[in-house]
Design a protein around this ligand. Structure first.
Ligand code: HAM
Length: 431
């Protein structure tokens, strides 16, 4: 007896998108794209794999430990992209002065991270990236945060459902200096995990990074501040005050533009990635029941670290996984059923006539047109039309129609009519 062959398996942490799932995915992409374009960001893309060294040493240890990397047939060390920002920095360095600054770009890359697959975290996912390159102005941050809020509202979320927590690496850096912490690069990844790892593990990790108990208390005091006034009382250094002024201006601008209820000061946000230098932010479901929906910040020295000239940048990434889970929870995902405009049917199975009428409709409109692909009884053709969600069925050989007209049925209300193709297109619009 021959051994039974195991059917192929889906790799861990990846997804298949059958048409119903793909329809929802396209809805997410469409809403991302529409919002980015309504804020005048331009689309760009890059390769799905890069030289390994683009990511090592610049993105932070966690993301590097999650790389999918391999040596190619030419002996080069290659990694599948785990994030888009280093690729963007490479693009910026390559074109250098040719690019008119500042500019606003967006992309919707497929990314790969060797993570422990769990709710909200997969090994392959999509991420909207919006970035502004070439300005130090805090209004770049304001533009990005306004785009996030406006996008989440477009998805149907209310301001009470989500919050954009805002913090500042600049503020944290000067405060750490002020309280005598000398190795901030070691401390940031620990601070980033503060809420995820629990108080004991947090205290232990800080002790390992040479942070004293007294310093931990001072750090806690800052991270727990709920208002700019509370923070002001803790600061003595001018640099820290400047960083706070920036946050103030950001909040005032966003409040004036109608986004007051979407933003909150949250100095517990540090961000895991190594390249952030200024404002950092994360977007959460108000219940904080899920992982961050999006995260980003200012990175003013990434291009320099990669061997280019200094070029300030700020941006964010929003993953599709947490977002879709959240929209599903709030009942905000669209009906995943197929819907088409026309189904062309024939009582006599005149397939040639069907093909020619379908061609005619496609040449005068951008409507979707389907039809049977084999000889079928009318009942079966109507079943197909209904299953595909057709709005109108056109009969190519109905005996009541005269030259140049067709009998047709509007499936949205069950009514029968006779008309030319132009008239049928009009009824589609009116229905
Ligand atoms: P990040 O925080 O690593 O930032 O990712 C941003 C978002 O991508 C997360 O909030 C989450 O929604 C999603 N995400 C990350 N990892 C996964 C995963 N394994 N599975 C599903 N979703 C995930 C960055 O990637 C920065 N490069 C963003 C940025 C752009 N900063 C400036 N410009």
């Amino acid at each position: 007896m021959s051994a039974k062959i195991q059917p192929p398996q889906l790799p861990k942490g990846t997804r298949d998108f059958y048409p119903e799932a793909e329809r929802i995915q396209q809805y997410i992409f469409d809403t991302w794209r529409q919002t980015a374009e309504s804020f005048a960001y331009e689309a760009y893309e890059g390769p799905m794999f890069e030289h390994l060294e683009l990511f090592t040493g610049k993105s932070g240890d966690e993301i590097v430990s999650q790389l999918y990397n391999f040596t190619d047939k030419g002996g080069r060390d290659i990694a599948l992209r785990p994030e888009m920002t280093p690729t963007l920095a490479r693009l910026v360095i390559q074109k250098g002065r040719e690019l008119r600054k500042p500019f606003k770009w967006y992309s919707m890359p497929r990314l790969f991270r060797y993570e422990k697959a769990q709710k909200g975290r997969l090994r392959e996912f999509f991420q909207l990236n919006m970035d502004i390159i070439g300005t130090d102005s805090i209004y770049a941050e304001a533009d990005l945060l306004a785009a996030i809020a406006s996008m989440l509202r477009k998805f149907g979320l209310k301001d009470e459902n989500f919050v954009i927590g805002v913090s500042s690496r600049k503020l944290l850096a000067t405060y750490l200096e002020e309280i005598g912490v000398t190795n901030p690069a070691l401390v940031y990844p620990v601070l980033d995990k503060r809420l995820k790892i629990g108080p004991e593990a947090f205290a232990k990790a800080l002790a390992e990074a040479n942070v004293s108990e007294e310093q931990v208390e001072k750090l806690d005091a800052l991270m727990n501040c709920k208002s700019i006034e509370e923070v002001e009382k803790l600061l003595t250094k001018e640099a820290a005050k400047n960083a706070l002024d920036e946050i103030k201006e950001l909040f005032e601008t966003l409040s004036a533009a109608g986004y007051k209820d979407c933003i909150a000061l949250d100095l517990s946000i540090v961000r895991g990635l190594a390249y952030y230098t200024g404002i950092v932010f994360e977007v959460f479901d108000r219940g904080k029941s899920m992982r961050a929906i999006a995260g980003g910040g200012r990175y003013d020295s990434l291009t320099e670290k990669l061997g280019g000239e200094r070029m300030p940048g700020v941006g964010f990434g929003m993953g599709d996984v947490v977002l879709a889970d959240l929209l599903r929870e709030y009942g905000l995902l669209p009906e995943p059923k197929q819907s088409i405009d026309f189904y062309v049917a024939s009582f006599t199975n005149d397939i040639k006539k069907i093909f020619s009428v379908a061609k005619e409709i496609r040449s005068i409109s951008s409507c979707s047109v389907s039809h049977p692909l084999s000889a079928l009884k009318m009942g079966k053709q109507m079943d197909q039309a209904n299953n595909q969600g057709a709005a109108i069925v056109i009969y190519v050989d109905g005996d009541k129609a005269s030259e140049g007209t067709f009998e047709y049925k509007d499936l949205r209300n069950g009514s029968m009519h006779i008309g030319s193709l132009e008239e049928i297109l009009n009824s589609l619009k009116q229905g």
